[in-house]
Design a protein around this ligand. Sequence first.
Ligand SMILES: N[C@@H](CCC(=O)N[C@@H](CS)C(=O)NCC(=O)O)C(=O)O
Length: 233
Amino acid sequence: MGLILYERLCGDDRRPSPYCWRARLALAHKGLKPEYRPVKFTERDRVAFSGQAKVPVLADSDRVVSDSWDIACYLEDTYPDAPSLFDGAGGRALARFISHWTDNSLQKALSPILAPYMLAAVHPDDRDYYRQTREARYGESLQHLAARRALYLEALHPVLEPLRQHLAESSFICGERPAYADYLAFAEFQWARSVCDQDILAPEDSTLRAWRHCMLDLFDGLARSVPAFDSAA
Ligand SMILES: N[C@@H](CCC(=O)N[C@@H](CS)C(=O)NCC(=O)O)C(=O)O
């Protein structure tokens, strides 16, 4: 048995999960080609062998790893001769900081914009589950969130400022070449373009758009190869 990545499946074969894109891109960076096993939200039992219910889950022969950060660290430590995801202990620590920033700032700003789009994008079997769990999380209906979309988009702009300023000085978050910190942030943009028919970036946001374009080109256009909206190409 080789490498298997269990990842989220949505309707029309969409793969929006940013956590799963972190793992997809980390595997590609290492030159590894896993078999993808798509899992619906309501198929939690299919990843129960990992001891928890979320994706991504990576199975590498008899090793099973869940959690995107743990998967990145596992790949880095298990495949040290392949290109590095972190470039040393300092780079790993900085990537961890970007992972916390992504989870706590970028994703927090993005998720109220994308949750209503997700409701339309999830597999029809998952729609009730998604609505119930997300409305419980936000404490209000997804319809109410959608009605405030313009406000959330405005609030996203300053959250992106550190990324914008950094990318004005550097081709990638990690410098001359992309590495795991780039995948962490880009995975959120990939989530957006997988489900949302409007670009979350303004036309004048040229620095972020240029970086996103380069990220989409990586690994023979891996991120472009899945169903998504062209509005954010
Ligand atoms: N900290 C985990 C979070 C994983 C996560 O939340 N995955 C989502 C992907 S859609 C999930 O499985 N959610 C299950 C649910 O909402 O029921 C990671 O970094 O991998």
